[in-house]
Design a protein around this ligand. Structure first.
Ligand code: MTE
Length: 335
């Protein structure tokens, strides 16, 4: 997801952005294994403590949900440990391991989401009310990042359309914008200018109303760990991962295509639509194939490097459901 400047973020540093974090991550895994075996010394304790904190999510508050079998990918689920320690959440740093280490400062409660703009019934929702708005479902979706890796994750949430229907969009509402929290006190990454904060994403109205678009509150049977976008995010499985905005505080209905963070940062690299498309490469990463995180054989990490490559599917495998939304559009132009 990195932008071609400053130097350490440039394309010729793909190795640094992709390999090094995984390296570090792999080393940490090994050290954790050592620690579990009682062989690691007290010198490791500073980050072990933080890493251990990230692992606490496993025992975090449960969130009840009913599996919705119409939306279950049967491929192997990405281990919880990978889902919660290999993240992009730049508000907590640009390294894949930063969110798990740093997001302990995020306070996901109390939390409100303002639903505003071109709607008949604007409303500021308290989190508890939002959680109860519609039946909570478990759906197992593929998530494909533009960087060339993917995961299979059991998410907990309900269709975004449930919320949209309740606020009654006006006829002029053509797009939905998601604005996420930007609080320096809670988010150490905000002091970096790597992106314009707050993180902003957007969808066309018909995309937002699509049954696959999930307003998401949890994963693996529990409330969202902070590093995965607590307390509420969207998940849009046919689009690259960066469209799935985390820690949302505003949902705004607008008449024009809203500005989005990655498009503002590097418009030639990140389009507004960002549908997973194996035929349109990112300038620095092929989109034809992907590596599934957690499928490395050694148990010691390096998944992003050594997991077998799989073919990336159009719309991330959700073409049957969503291709009609883009009929007649030149997807090379509207990437
Ligand atoms: N949302 C916010 N607020 N900030 C971010 O940096 N990163 C995006 C997306 N949502 C991001 C965000 C990117 S690039 C990806 S791939 C996904 O979150 C990753 O979600 P995950 O860490 O739960 O897998």
């Amino acid at each position: 997801m990195l932008i071609p400047s400053p130097k350490w973020l440039r394309g010729d540093d793909i190795a640094a952005s992709e390999i090094t974090p995984r390296h570090v991550f792999a080393a940490r895994r090994r050290l954790l294994a050592l620690a579990a075996a009682g062989t690691a010394g007290a010198a490791l304790s500073p980050w072990l403590t933080r890493e251990a904190r990230a692992q606490q999510g496993r025992h975090g508050p449960k969130l009840a949900a009913t599996p919705n079998n119409a939306y279950v990918v049967t491929e192997k689920r990405t281990p919880y440990e990978d889902v919660t320690t290999y993240n992009n959440f730049y508000e907590f740093g640009t390294d894949k391991s930063d969110p798990a280490r740093n997001a302990g400062t995020l306070r996901p409660r109390p939390w409100q989401v303002a639903v505003e703009g071109l709607v008949k019934k604007p409303k500021v929702y308290d989190l508890d009310e939002l959680v109860k708005l519609a039946p909570m479902e478990e759906r197992v979706y593929r998530l494909r990042c533009v960087e060339g890796w993917s995961m299979v994750i059991p998410w907990l949430g309900y269709p975004l359309s449930e919320l949209i229907r309740r606020v009654e969009p006006q006829p002029g509402a053509k797009y939905v914008q998601f604005i996420t929290l930007a609080d320096k006190k809670q988010m150490p990454g905000i002091s970096s200018s790597v992106l314009d904060w707050p993180y902003s994403e957007g969808l066309r109205m018909d995309e937002a109303m699509h049954p696959l678009a999930l307003l998401t509150f949890g994963l693996y049977g529990e409330v969202l760990p902070n590093q995965n976008g607590a307390p509420v995010r969207v998940v849009l499985p046919w689009k690259y991962g960066f469209k799935s905005a985390k820690s949302i505080v505003k949902i705004r209905f607008v008449d024009r295509q809203p500005p989005t963070s990655w498009n503002l940062a590097a418009p030639q690299e990140y389009g507004f639509y960002s549908n997973v498309n194996p035929d349109v490469d990112h300038p620095r990463w092929s989109q034809a194939t992907e590596r599934r995180i957690g499928e490395d054989s050694g148990g010691g990490g390096f998944a992003a490097l050594f997991a077998p490559k799989r073919k990336t599917l159009p719309f991330n495998g959700y073409g049957q459901q969503v291709a009609s939304l883009y009929q007649g559009m030149d997807l090379r132009k509207f990437f």
